[in-house]
Design a protein around this ligand. Structure first.
Ligand SMILES: Nc1nc2c(c(=O)[nH]1)N[C@H]1C(S)=C(S)[C@@H](COP(=O)(O)O)O[C@H]1N2
Ligand SMILES: [Mo]
Length: 284
C-alpha cells in the first residue's frame, strides 16, 4: 500500500501546508495552565468575598488573626470554594499540544450531516437553544470573539491520528456570551460558577445528520474551540466549513463538523456514535 492509497473510510487528504502567517494567539501549555488556575481562582475569590456576610461581617473578618496571611474565615471560604471549583474542573486536564513543525498531513473522515446546503457561510447561521431566548449567530458574530489557536492531535477511534492547528474561538467564550440556564434557576455566572449550569451541551449539524453530546466541563475546557480555520487555511467543506468543533480532550467522533445548533440541556443529549455502542464521553 502506497502513501497515496486510502482506506475506504478516508475520502481524501488535505494539502493545507502550514504558512508562516502570525497566528492569532499561541495557546502554549503554560498559557492554558495559567488560564485554568485563573478560572479556579476567580471562582473561589468571588464566593470568598460574598462569604464576608455584608458590612459588619467584613470589619469583623478583618479583625481576625491572619492564617497564612489571610483572616481565617476568609481563608476557610476560599478553601471550600477552591475545592468546589477544582472538583468541577478536575476533568480538565490539558490535552498535549505540539509545535508547528510537528503538524502532519490531515485526513478527511466522516461525512454524516455534511449536506452541501449550508457550506456557504453567508447562508449559514449558528442557532443557540436552551438559553433564556434562542440566538442566531452569523460568522461575523463568531469573528467578533477573540481568535485562538491550538496545535493538537485529532485521534480517530479507528486508530489513526494527525497533528493539526485549529484556529477559532473558545466554545467557553460563546457560552459565556450566550449563557445556559442554571440547575437551580439562579442567574447564570459561567466564569465564576460553572458548576451551577445545566450539565450538558448538544451540538448538531444543520440537517441533524450528525450530533454529539458533551458534558459542560468539556465544553468549557480552554482548548475546546469552534474552529473556522485549519493549518492556516479556511476550513474546507469536508473538514466542516464554516464552523466545526475542535475538542482535543475527546476522540475524533466528538469533533463535529458543520455545526448548526448548540443546545443547552440538563438531560444527557443524544449522541450519534454513543447510540451505536461507543462510550458517550469518548475522552482519551
Ligand atoms: N458532521 C460530522 N462530523 C464528524 C464526523 C461525521 O461523520 N460528520 N465524523 C467524526 C469523526 S469519526 C472524525 S475522526 C472526525 C474527522 O475529522 P476530519 O474529517 O476533519 O479529519 O470528524 C468527526 N466529525
Ligand atoms: Mo473518527
Amino acid at each position: 500500500m502506497t502513501d497515496d492509497e486510502q482506506t475506504p473510510e478516508t475520502t481524501g487528504t488535505s494539502e493545507q501546508a502550514p504558512a508562516e502567517a502570525a497566528p492569532p494567539e499561541i495557546e502554549s501549555d503554560d498559557a492554558i495552565d495559567r488560564e485554568l488556575r485563573r478560572m479556579t481562582r476567580r471562582g473561589f475569590l468571588v464566593a470568598g468575598v460574598a462569604a464576608g456576610v455584608g458590612y459588619g461581617g467584613w470589619a469583623w473578618l478583618r479583625s481576625r488573626e491572619p492564617l497564612g496571611g489571610m483572616a481565617w474565615p476568609f481563608r476557610r471560604a476560599l478553601e471550600l470554594n477552591e475545592s468546589l471549583a477544582l472538583a468541577y474542573f478536575s476533568g480538565s486536564r490539558m490535552s498535549r499540544t505540539f509545535r508547528r513543525d510537528q503538524i502532519t498531513r490531515a485526513r478527511i473522515n466522516g461525512g454524516l450531516g455534511l449536506s452541501p446546503d449550508y457550506y456557504d457561510a453567508s447562508r449559514w447561521a449558528l442557532r443557540i437553544d436552551g438559553g433564556p431566548s434562542p440566538a442566531l449567530l452569523t460568522m461575523a458574530d463568531i469573528h467578533a470573539l477573540p481568535a485562538r489557536q491550538v496545535i493538537t492531535e485529532l485521534r480517530c477511534i479507528e486508530g489513526w491520528s494527525y497533528v493539526v492547528q485549529w484556529v477559532g474561538v473558545r466554545l467557553a467564550d460563546v457560552i459565556a456570551k450566550y449563557p445556559p440556564p442554571t440547575r437551580d434557576g439562579s442567574r447564570p455566572d459561567v466564569v465564576n460558577h460553572p458548576e451551577k449550569l445545566v450539565r450538558y451541551v448538544s451540538i448538531e449539524t444543520p440537517d441533524r445528520g450528525y450530533y454529539v453530546g458533551l458534558d459542560m466541563q468539556s465544553a468549557l475546557h480552554p482548548q475546546t474551540l469552534l474552529a473556522y480555520a485549519m493549518n492556516d487555511a479556511p476550513l474546507t467543506w469536508q473538514h466542516g466549513a464554516p464552523l466545526r468543533l475542535a475538542i482535543p480532550v475527546k476522540y475524533g467522533i466528538k469533533n463535529i463538523k458543520r455545526i448548526g445548533t448548540i443546545r443547552y440541556t440538563d438531560v444527557k443529549p443524544a449522541d450519534y456514535w454513543a447510540e451505536r455502542g461507543y462510550d458517550w464521553y469518548a475522552g482519551h
